[in-house]
Design a protein around this ligand. Sequence first.
Ligand code: HC1
Length: 574
Amino acid sequence: TITITIDGKTYQTQEGLTIMQAADQLGFHIPRLCYHPKLSIEGACRVCIVEVEGVRTYVASCAYPVMDGMKIRTNTQEIRRARRDIVELILDNHPQDCHTCERDSNCELQRLAASMGIRKRHFEGERKKYEKDLTSTSVIRDPNKCILCGRCVRICSEVQKVTALGHAHRGFQTVVMPAYNMPFRDSVCTTCGQCINVCPTAAFVEKVYTQDLFAKLNDPSIIKVAQVAPSVRAAIGEAFGLEPGRAMEREIAAALRRLGFDYVFDTQFSADLTIMEEASEFLERFQGKGKLPMITSCSSAWMKCVEQFHPDLLENVSTCKSPMSMMGALVRTYFADKIKKDPKEILSVAVMCCTAKKYEASRPELMVNGLPAIDMVVTTREIAWMFKSAGIDLLHIKGEDFDEPLGLSSGAGAIFGATGGVMEAAIRTAYELYTGETLMDIELESLRGLAGIKEGKVTIDGKEIRVAVAHGLGNAATVLDMVRKDPDRFHFVEIMGCPGGCIGGGGQPYAGINSMPLDEECLKKRAEALYGIDRRKTIRRSHENPDVQRLYKDFLGRPLSAKSHQLLHTHYKV
Ligand code: HC1
């Protein structure tokens, strides 16, 4: 323990902390912009400067360590003025379009300026004049809004280990861009959208389909079908001011009907279907027909990542399409038949927590009889905005059930959205398919939580099955190195592209006033919302879903049948 003085009062703290960390623990919130607790220290913005007695210049509190006897001043008139000057200089070069900006009212720069008492723009600085990069299916890059905090560069290289972005040029010309300023579409960007999550301004935003969707919803000649991803319900309340962790399942179904959808299906239904196919595929491979370890395939950013960076392991990846694309395939076939409509007359919309799902929807090999399985993907943020724009009060709406025949789900389908959930769901079903007995202890604690890589074991019929779970593409790369080093170490590996799994997807609501993007407490609460849905369900195993059983009986035959292969499985590109 060491003693420091902050603003004239003496406190005890620990050696090894930065001034900012010590101040945070003591209840002083020093303003900050480029800092993010999950990323390396950049020290670029200088907004967090403080005065340290005996040190000639102001120091960046995010980088400067506390020392015994240190006297720190965080809030003098001079420091307040210096910080305000820094933020004003950033604003001088920043577009003056807050009213019409996508991040209006949830922009960190805007909030910071307000907290500094900046109520006037004194100077017209030079503006950046870059073209927006609109080429990606998922992420729009607007360098004009960039304040060079570098969070996007750091999350992409440090957490995701994709390194699609870097700083180029010098001084005022500095710009964040993909290598050689190539179109985002052609870069190694996996479209995960984590740059959007951590960007304090609107330099990265998702490609928005809200106006197109409103137009289609007003077209009486088409049948409008929605599906909703598990994690959307775990987070959408935050966009309406609720604390993280409140599950809004039936409310979303009701709200989507108010918006104009004719049928609201649940991606959790097709998550159950995915488990039927994936558990069966795993058991085939486990019995000698195919490569082990088998690696899950439902996360779209992960699929682009494995194709680009790990093609040597493509044979290990399950051939199952994602639940979203399985649902899309069923909507165009099974459901279209049921309602006796031409599949072309159906608008198939997926409400996802994920920007990479927009990319997945564009993949040609996932088309069904010449039509895209999914016409449009909108994120949690987009659908929350649409509800607000249409005057739909999600907080007070009376909940409704999802529609038959693709709306009923088990608890296993719900937990897909949290890291470890797909594996847990798969084990619940694989166990029973293999042994004919019911697995009683279905909450697999070793696979839950936010550890980067989790390992577990289950014994099925006397045989040990070793599994691993990784979330975030950086952890994925680590687990794949483990696989390369010792191919027998695991039988089954779950990989999700985003930190926390889909609950931390690139399309989830922006962090609130009191939290940072990707805050672990927030991710834990979202995960807990999904585990709560699972606990409350009477059916908690995918193979017990009666509508999935009916689908096999009436349409698909059995898992891994020719029809299942035709509609529910895919292949990968190198
Ligand atoms: Fe996901 Fe999945 S869990 S990938 O994050 O397998 O988006 O929630 O819908 O498809 O079910 C997303 C979530 C989602 C799929 C499922």
